[in-house]
Design a protein around this ligand. Structure first.
Ligand SMILES: C[S@@+](CC[C@H](N)C(=O)[O-])C[C@H]1O[C@@H](n2cnc3c(N)ncnc32)[C@H](O)[C@@H]1O
Length: 181
């Protein structure tokens, strides 16, 4: 494929600056005790949208789920190869896993929207440390976002379909190979 170099040359090594639109309040203060994905250990928290951005929440209450994008402000490295949680000792490419130590430390969580009170969103399924800055919020739209036939790479070989029923703490779920239960 003969791709033009123009766009790549323009953006390689460029700086992109975002300003947080809000902050997440959660019960999680330590990595080890924070869910590795919100679906495994449901916990409730709050997304405080700064008042100057609150107009952007108009109509959000009619959605049951939202995407919350945030900055992993307590990431400790920018790795291209990393061991994912749930896969024991096996190293994977960072773009094939969800670990927080990534070149651009951006997190993405689907959260259940439990309520809206002015500029405060009550949310479920929080896998985020308390005080994490929020970059963006988007509605989860079944008609846009749901796919019936999917492959989930290395995750497909893990026993995770019923993981939410195992009642494991986040700590117990971390760094374990799930090839067998
Ligand atoms: C595996 S990541 C998954 C996050 C998100 N669902 C995703 O896929 O991008 C979840 C872990 O990120 C870590 N984490 C949460 N908030 C963080 C923050 N503000 N800075 C650094 N790490 C954070 C916690 O250790 C948590 O268990």
């Amino acid at each position: 494929m003969n791709l033009s170099r123009e766009h790549a040359n323009k953006w390689r090594n460029a700086d992109i600056t975002f300003h947080p639109i809000g902050v997440i309040h959660s019960e999680h203060t330590e990595h080890d005790n924070t869910p590795i994905q919100g679906i495994f250990n449901p916990s409730v928290g709050y997304v405080e949208v700064f008042e100057e951005n609150a107009d952007g929440l108009k109509d959000i209450e009619s959605f049951s789920h939202i995407y919350v994008l945030y900055y992993f402000d307590r990431a400790t490295a920018k790795n291209l190869i990393q061991k994912p949680f749930l896969d024991g000792e096996k190293e994977r490419g960072i773009f094939a896993i969800r670990h927080f130590n990534r070149p651009n430390p951006i997190g993405l969580s689907i959260m259940e929207l439990l309520g809206v009170d002015g500029n405060i969103l009550k949310v479920g399924g929080v896998d985020v440390l308390d005080g994490t800055p929020v970059i963006d919020i988007k509605p989860y739209v079944k008609q846009f976002d749901y796919r019936e036939e999917v492959k989930s790479g290395w995750v497909d070989s893990k026993h995770m379909d019923d993981i939410a029923e195992w009642n494991c703490t986040p700590k117990e779920l971390r760094n374990r190979d799930r090839t067998t239960k």
